[in-house]
Design a protein around this ligand. Structure first.
Ligand SMILES: [Zn+2]
Length: 277
């Protein structure tokens, strides 16, 4: 039975290895976990910006302990009682809620950046691909309304595959609703800063994510409406290799700036300071 013992031991060693090292999903370099987290999940070898959870993002952008979450009870709805071959939407939602500890793909609230008060919404890709549902749309809309009422800048951090199709037309309506909320900010000259992270697609890029007074993205983030393959099949042409990267979008006028994660908070603070003048 010796080999059972050995395989158990190997398992323990492997687990321990995982605790200490992180393998970069882009260049496969092994980075010390501590170093990886200190660099906000950015690979020191290839500058790959790995995905962050909404809590990690909030901790990175806001002053320590300043976040006050709002609309904590807003969650998903299931207007179509949707089910497909892989099961019901309701069951999927319950599983994701347990896995992530979130009630929706967005967290909204208020906090401070270098002492400046802001309202912030941050998406989380782990929650059904950061999809825009009625609950997610509501949390963004309410945050925009809050920013308007309190005359505070609104910062939006997006990561999303697009509208949540399981909620049908209700999810698509969130595009109009969120844009209406943000248009009011424009009307009252309240700054709206949009940060696009990898990936931002579909109804999200086609609505609030690209409506910022300043639209900034992280290096290498994929941003677009339809996916590359769909476009290639439709237009029957091969697209350039850097198509839909933040760098490509910047050079075509869709973005105002690309900001490294390590410089994101400082840049945001500078823009907020400037907008107060
Ligand atoms: Zn790397």
């Amino acid at each position: 039975m010796g080999w059972f013992t050995r395989s158990d031991r190997q398992k323990v060693v492997a687990e321990k290895k995982e605790d200490v090292w992180v393998k970069c999903p882009s260049c496969s370099a092994h980075i010390f976990k501590e170093e990886w987290e200190k660099a906000f999940m950015v690979c020191p070898e290839c500058n790959h910006h790995d995905r962050m959870t909404c809590d990690e993002r909030l901790a990175m952008l806001l002053d320590k302990g300043s976040f006050e979450e709002r609309y904590t009870k807003t969650t998903t709805s299931d207007p179509l009682k949707f089910a497909d071959a892989t099961g019901s939407y309701a069951t999927k939602i319950e599983t994701v809620k347990q896995q992530t500890g979130l009630l929706e793909a967005v967290k909204s609230g208020r906090g401070t950046v270098g002492g400046i008060k802001i309202v912030i919404s941050v998406m989380d890709f782990r929650f059904i691909g950061g999809s825009l549902s009625s609950g997610a749309g509501e949390k963004i809309f309410l945050a925009a309304c809050y920013a308007q009422r309190h005359v505070l800048p609104f910062v939006m951090v997006s990561t999303s595959g697009g509208a949540r199709m399981q909620e049908g037309i209700i999810s698509l309506m969130q595009m109009a609703k969120t844009c209406a909320g943000i248009s009011r900010l424009h009307k009252f000259k309240i700054p709206y800063i949009s940060i696009l992270t990898d990936p931002t697609f579909g109804g999200v890029s086609a609505s609030y994510a690209l409506m910022g007074d300043v639209n900034m993205a992280e290096p290498g983030a994929l941003i677009g409406f339809a996916g590359r393959r769909v476009i290639e099949q439709t237009i029957k042409e091969e697209l350039p290799p850097d198509f839909q990267t933040a760098e490509y979008l910047l050079s075509h006028g869709f973005l105002d700036m690309i900001v490294k994660r390590a410089e994101m908070k400082d840049t945001l603070h500078k823009i907020l300071l400037y907008s107060q003048k």
